[in-house]
Design a protein around this ligand. Structure first.
Ligand code: HEC
Length: 469
C-alpha cells in the first residue's frame, strides 16, 4: 500500500466521488448537448419569417444562455475540479496511472475546456452586439469544443472499464504511453461515445424545458408552445437509440463482467436480482416515465407546462444518470482499471509480492514512518482493512462490515478472510471482490481488527484509532 487512506466514515470515500460525479455528469453532458442546442435554436430563430416571433425566440435564448453560462461555467467547472480532488484522495494509485498514460489526452482536454469557457462567455455577452452571423459562429465554436471534450474524456473513462488486450500486454513495463491510441480507442469507446452523445442531447432538451417552462403561457402562448415542443424533440433520438446502443456497449464488456448483469436476469423468477440488474430495471422504468411525462405534460399541453413539471423530469433524469453511472461502476468490480488494478489500488501482478512480503511492508508513511515501531495487531489490522477493504466497505455505514460480518464469530471471520485470500475462480466472491493479499500474520491481524468491531457491544472497542509508536 503506497498511499495513506482517506477515511470517510459511514458513506465511504467512493460515495464522495459518486455524488460529485453524478452532479458533474448532469451538468457537463448538458454543456455538450446544450452547446449544440443554442446555435441550432439561434439558427432556427434567424431563419424565421415573422420578426416578432424571431425576436421572442431570441430573447428567450438570451436568458437560456445566461442560465447555461452560470450552470456550466460555475457549477460544471467547480464540480469537475471536485472530482479530481476526490479521486486523487480516494484512488491515488489509479489517478496516477490515468495521468501517466494520458498526459497528452489531459492536455488536449484542458485546451478545449479553455476554449469552451471563453467562447460561452463571449457568446452570452455579445448577443445583439455583434453581427448575428458572427454570433452564431461563436456558438458553433463553443459547440465543437465541447463535443471535443466528450470525445477525449470518453476515451479515458472507457479505458478504465476495458483497457483492451494491447495495453494490458504492456502494462507495468514502462511502455504504456506508447499504446496511447490502443488504450484510448478501447473496446467500449464507440458504443459509449454514442450513448453519451444521446444522453447529452436529451439533457439539452430537459434543461431547456426548465427555462421554457417559465415563459408566461398566458402572455406568449405561441412562443411557449414552440419552445417547449421543440425542446421535447431533443429527447427523441436518444430514447429511440439508447436500447440498441446499450446492447452494443454490454456486448463489448468482457463476459465475466457482463455475468454480473445476466446473473440477475436469469434468476428473475427466483427473485435473486443482482444489484446491476436492479439498477438496469430502474433505468428502464425511469426512462419510460420520462417519455410519458414529456409527451403528455409537455408536448401535448405546452402552454400549461410549468416549472414543477420540468423539475420532475429533471429529477427523473438525475435518477437515470445516477443509476447509469452506478451500474457502470458496478460492472467494473472488482477493478478500478479493468484486469490491471483492483478497486483498492492493488495491481494484479503485485499480488504474489504482497503475499510474500506482507501488505504493509512498503507502507513507509504508517506509524509516522517509524521503522522501529511495534504496532499492535489491532492497528495493523486497521491499516490493512482501510487499504484492502475500505475502498468498497465502511465499518458502520455503506456496505457495513458490522452488518455483513454480523453472523460470524472470530473463526468465521478468519475463514472468510482465508477464502478471500485464496480467491479461487469458483468462489462466489471472486467476481466482485479482489483477493485479500498478505501473509498469514496479515490475515490474523485483519481478523482481529474486524472481530473487535463486529463481536463487541454497540459502544465499540475503546482502542486508539491509529496507534503511534
Ligand atoms: C471492489 C470492492 C470490494 C472490496 C475491495 C472488498 N469488497 Fe467485500 N464486498 C463487495 C461487494 C460489492 C459485496 C456485496 C455487497 C452486498 O451484497 O451488499 C461485498 C460483500 C462482502 C461481504 C459479505 C459477503 C457475504 O456473503 O456474507 C463481506 C463479509 C465482505 N465483503 C468483506 C470484505 C473484506 C474483509 C474485504 C477486504 C479484505 C473486502 N470485502 C473487500 C465489494 C468489495
Amino acid at each position: 500500500m503506497n498511499y495513506p487512506f482517506w477515511d470517510i466514515p459511514h458513506i465511504g470515500s467512493g460515495w464522495v466521488i459518486g455524488m460529485i460525479a453524478i452532479f458533474h455528469v448532469m451538468i457537463s453532458q448538458f454543456a455538450v448537448g446544450g452547446g449544440l442546442y443554442l446555435p441550432m435554436a439561434e439558427r432556427k430563430a434567424l431563419r424565421m419569417k415573422d420578426p416578432a416571433v424571431a425576436n421572442a425566440w431570441q430573447s428567450q435564448l438570451v436568458s437560456h444562455s445566461k442560465f447555461f453560462l452560470v450552470l456550466t461555467g460555475v457549477f460544471g467547472t467547480v464540480s469537475g475540479v471536485g472530482i479530481w480532488f476526490a479521486i486523487g484522495l480516494t484512488h491515488p494509485e489509479a489517478t496516477s496511472t490515468l495521468i501517466h498514460n494520458f498526459v497528452f489526452g489531459w492536455a488536449m482536454e484542458w485546451v478545449f475546456f479553455m476554449i469552451e469557457l471563453t467562447t460561452i462567455a463571449v457568446y452570452y455577452y455579445t448577443w445583439n452586439r455583434v453581427d448575428p452571423k458572427l454570433h452564431l459562429t461563436v456558438g458553433w465554436v463553443y459547440s465543437i469544443a465541447s463535443i471535443a471534450t466528450l470525445v477525449i474524456i470518453n476515451g479515458i473513462l472507457t479505458f478504465m472499464l476495458t483497457p483492451g488486450d494491447t495495453w494490458i500486454g504492456v502494462a507495468g513495463t514502462g511502455h504504456e504511453a506508447g499504446k496511447f491510441w490502443n488504450a484510448f480507442f478501447n473496446p467500449t469507446y464507440w458504443p459509449s461515445l454514442f450513448l453519451r452523445t444521446g444522453v447529452c442531447t436529451s439533457l439539452a432538451g430537459i434543461w431547456a424545458l426548465i427555462t421554457s417552462s417559465r415563459i408566461d403561457g398566458d402572455k406568449q402562448p405561441a412562443l411557449k408552445s414552440g419552445m417547449v415542443q421543440w425542446s421535447v424533440k431533443w429527447l427523441v433520438p436518444s430514447f429511440v437509440a439508447t436500447p440498441f446502443l446499450l446492447m452494443w456497449y454490454l456486448f463489448m464488456v468482457p463476459g465475466t463482467q457482463r455475468a454480473l448483469l445476466t446473473l440477475g436476469i436469469d434468476t428473475i423468477a427466483g427473485g435473486t436480482f443482482s444489484t446491476v440488474t436492479r439498477i438496469a430495471l430502474i433505468i428502464i422504468v425511469t426512462s419510460a416515465t420520462i417519455v410519458g411525462v414529456a409527451y403528455y405534460l409537455a408536448y401535448r399541453n405546452p402552454v400549461d407546462f410549468n416549472l414543477a413539471h420540468a423539475l420532475s423530469i429533471l429529477l427523473l433524469a438525475l435518477i437515470v444518470t445516477g443509476a447509469g453511472e452506478y451500474a457502470r461502476e458496478m460492472l467494473r468490480k472488482p477493478f478500478v482499471i479493468g484486469r490491471w488494478m483492483y478497486s483498492n489500488g492493488t495491481r494484479v501482478p503485485y499480488v504474489p509480492r504482497f503475499n510474500a512480503q506482507g501488505y504493509l511492508a512498503r507502507s513507509m508513511w504508517t506509524w509516522d514512518g517509524d521503522a522501529t515501531a511495534q504496532p499492535s495487531s489491532y492497528s495493523r489490522g486497521e491499516a490493512i482493512f482501510r487499504g484492502e477493504c475500505g475502498s468498497c466497505h465502511t465499518m458502520d455505514g455503506y456496505r457495513s462490515m458490522r452488518t455483513l460480518m454480523a453472523a460470524r464469530d472470530y473463526a468465521g471471520i478468519r475463514n472468510f478472510i482465508q477464502m478471500l485470500h485464496e480467491d479461487k475462480p469458483d468462489s462466489p466472491y471472486h467476481r466482485f471482490m479482489p483477493p485479500m493479499v498478505g501473509t498469514r500474520q496479515d490475515m490474523d491481524d485483519l481478523a482481529n481488527y474486524l472481530n473487535a468491531h463486529v463481536n463487541t457491544p454497540a459502544s465499540g472497542p475503546q482502542k486508539p484509532l491509529l496507534a503511534k509508536k
